[in-house]
Design a protein around this ligand. Structure first.
Ligand code: PMP
Length: 287
């Protein structure tokens, strides 16, 4: 498997970074995860825009312009022997050089960022998983206040996601001060009385690329939708609950904390939106 590290494509086993890398010592970096269908990246422009926003959020200069990123991503995709991919792009604040302390919180002087990219086979939800839906657990969102930055420091998300693994479920639905934020690794949508609802973009959630596509499709197809704060009561009383992400796409949550969501089976709007999403993907890929 060929990966990209700091200007070179090389086999995974040969890709090495310093143990003093800020990403390793401080989780000081950001990343993106781009889905690739039949070797074509989906919504790359939007992912690169969000990467820029994340880099701005951590005050790290973008090492590449959009054309350079596009070129690197396309080259990485071409080197893989599988067609559907999940491309991870990671940029850290690099390694301090010269006489600087080995480990020191302030930004190092003159450190070049570390740029690492790899691709792995894209595993979306199976037909069986879509048909059955998945279970989720809820938890208090105890992350920091800049969840809009796609930071590699994901310890809180890891611990939160593990809670759902421990319960043999697919996701942890997070609530902060009685309101829905998002999943540990996804956005969460609620359907009540035929209205699709999503929490508004803010510093408390990562605005997903899939989240944007879902709302665009709702608007384009006349599906009633509202972007507004959603209370825990509304979540627990939902007719439908979905998780969305680039890899999971649109997946119905049919059980929350052991209680059925709505009828306890994937709802009609989830299957409709999944259909719209699959069609949209194919149209974009053909264009
Ligand atoms: N929120 C969090 C915390 C995530 O990790 C993800 C997945 N990257 C998302 C939302 C969904 O984002 P996207 O649709 O861009 O994959």
């Amino acid at each position: 498997m060929s990966v990209y590290l700091n200007g070179r494509f090389l086999p995974l086993a040969e890709a090495k970074v310093s143990v003093l890398d800020r990403g390793f010592l401080f989780g000081d970096g950001v990343y993106e995860m781009v889905p690739v269908y039949s070797k074509r990246p989906f919504r790359l422009k939007e992912h690169l825009r969000r990467l820029q926003a994340s880099l701005d959020g951590i005050r790290l200069a973008n090492p590449h312009n959009e054309a350079e990123w596009r070129d690197l991503v396309v080259k990485l995709i071409a080197q893989q022997d599988f067609a559907d991919q999940s491309v991870c792009v990671q940029v850290t604040r690099g390694t301090p050089s010269g006489a600087q302390p080995l480990r020191d919180h302030p930004f190092p002087r003159n450190a070049a960022p570390t740029v690492f990219m790899f691709a792995q086979p894209l595993v979306t939800a199976s037909a069986a998983q879509k048909a059955a839906g998945v279970c989720a657990v809820s938890a208090v969102d105890n992350r920091w206040q800049r969840c809009d930055i796609k930071a590699i420091s994901l310890l809180a998300n890891v611990l939160l996601r593990q809670q759902s693994v421990d319960a043999a479920c697919a996701e942890t639905v997070m609530l902060r001060n009685g309101f829905l934020t998002e999943g540990a690794a996804s956005n969460i949508f609620v359907v009540n009385d035929g209205v699709l609802m999503a929490p508004p973009p803010s510093n408390l959630i990562l605005t997903g690329i899939t989240y944007d596509v879902v709302l665009e499709l709702a608007a384009a197809h006349g599906i009633p939708h509202e972007v507004r704060p959603i209370s825990e009561v509304e979540v627990r009383g939902a007719d439908e609950l979905w998780m969305t992400s680039s890899t999971r796409e649109i997946l119905a949550i049919v059980k929350l904390d052991g209680a059925p969501v709505g009828a306890g089976v994937p709802g009609p709007l989830a299957s409709r939106m999944d259909g719209l999403y699959q069609t949209f993907k194919q149209q974009v890929m053909r264009a």
